[in-house]
Write a protein that binds this ligand. Structure first.
Ligand SMILES: *Cc1c(COP(=O)(O)O)cnc(C)c1O
Length: 386
């Protein structure tokens, strides 16, 4: 197998080295308040055997991955929900069951291996919470120093997690976008590895493993897949995984991917319609997908258009109701961003065939943000008393 970086805008290829982050040419057109230009993807050349192993798809050899069990998360049918809505082939893929409790571990795992391969021991990033606690945990297993910029609004559990794993934490008096700016300055000054989402090409590449697992578990690709989007990197990772599977003739067509956003944090949805990222201030209970300017916005929008993906927006009330329903009907306590995918399904189900194969990706554990769930339970208790 041969791996190279390829620019998602101009298509030019480059050797994979840890100091190349975005396309040197397209990156020159980077404006200030807009998504990243010249996002690099990993292009693969070669053949894959029928009995492939996940590492065959990845651009870093297995020996460099840290000793922590990331991925291979459970896929199961929540039969109460299957019966309630008459969708017998709906499954949940719960990535909240990753070692640090979120989908972000898939990216951190590959980034840590990439750094290890190149003898880099310091990794810096900004995060709304999960990417940071994930890199801190996976980095701990790899024996690395993690420098983490977090907005002060990040849920307490995610901060505690990062501290507990031993990361160096810098709490920023501002938004995630402000923390991102500071982490990029730190990266320029100190020259360590950046794990900033989308900026580090291995974040998209690491996230693709979920599609390959879905294919292995189902024996096919699902017809529909629902995922919540903030920066749009999980979305691109999902597309990348299915594109790899198509490249090796393992699947024939791209599933319909639903990118679900909170209605007051829906920059990708808005850009699909008018092509622009206006930077409008985002707010939602689903902190993991609260983003003003999605870092991977251009690339995400391009792929949604090319593969006829669909965008749905849901309100905070719909997110909290979906979170409660997943908990009380399926026994799955996922954080608000994780439940956003399910809220998207509930909104869209009238447009889907009942026998379709549907995957709902729940991306984080509910214990990471108990405040939102407390809010919902208070509302329910109140209405019971009324
Ligand atoms: C990061 C995250 C998302 C969104 O991923 P993006 O790549 O930013 O679109 C969704 N859910 C959870 C729990 C997350 O941590």
């Amino acid at each position: 197998m041969k791996f190279r970086y390829q620019c998602s805008e101009c298509g030019e290829c480059f050797e994979i080295t840890p100091d190349l982050y975005t396309c040197p040419r397209c990156g020159l057109h980077q404006g200030k308040d807009e998504p990243l230009r010249g996002i690099l993807e990993v292009a693969i050349k070669g053949k894959i055997g029928e009995k492939f192993n996940m590492f065959d798809f990845l651009p870093v050899e297995q020996e460099y991955f840290p000793p922590i069990p990331v991925g291979n998360t459970k896929l199961w049918r929540p039969t109460n929900i299957n019966e309630k809505y008459n969708f017998p082939n709906l499954c949940i893929k719960d990535d909240g069951s990753n070692p640090t409790g979120s989908f972000k571990d898939r990216a951190s795992y590959l980034v840590a291996a990439f750094a290890k391969k190149h003898n880099i021991n310091d990794i810096v990033l900004a995060s709304t919470g999960n990417a940071g606690s994930s890199m801190a945990g996976v980095g701990a297993a790899a024996g690395m120093n993690i420098i983490l910029f977090l907005p002060k609004s990040a849920p307490e559990a995610k901060m505690v997690q990062a501290r507990q794993y031993g990361a160096e934490l810098i709490i920023v008096d501002g938004s995630y976008d402000d923390a991102y700016e500071l982490s990029m300055q730190y990266h320029e000054q100190h020259g360590c590895m950046s794990r900033n989402t989308a900026h580090q090409p291995m974040t998209i590449e690491g996230k693709k493993t979920v599609s390959i697992e879905l294919f292995k578990d189902l024996g096919r690709a699902p017809d529909y897949l629902f995922v919540a989007s903030g920066d749009g990197v999980i979305l691109s990772g999902i597309y990348k995984g299915f594109r790899d599977l198509m490249q090796f003739d393992l699947i024939e067509k791209m599933p319909v991917i639903y990118s679900v956003q909170a209605e007051n944090s829906n920059a990708i949805f808005r850009a699909i319609n008018d092509g622009k990222f206006d930077g409008k201030k985002a707010h939602t209970v689903a902190d993991s997908i609260c983003v003003d300017i999605p870092k991977n916005g251009y690339h995400a929008v391009r792929q949604l258009k090319e593969y006829k993906g669909r965008c749905v927006c849901v309100s905070d009330e719909e997110i909290l109701a979906a979170q409660k329903e997943l908990s009380s009907d399926a026994g799955l306590f996922t954080e608000p961003a994780g439940a956003t995918a399910f809220a998207g399904f509930l909104k869209e189900k009238k447009n889907l065939e009942n026998n379709a194969s549907i995957a709902i990706l729940t991306t984080g554990s509910g214990l990471k943000d108990i405040k939102s769930a407390m809010k919902m339970n208070n509302i329910l208790n109140k209405s019971r008393q009324d």
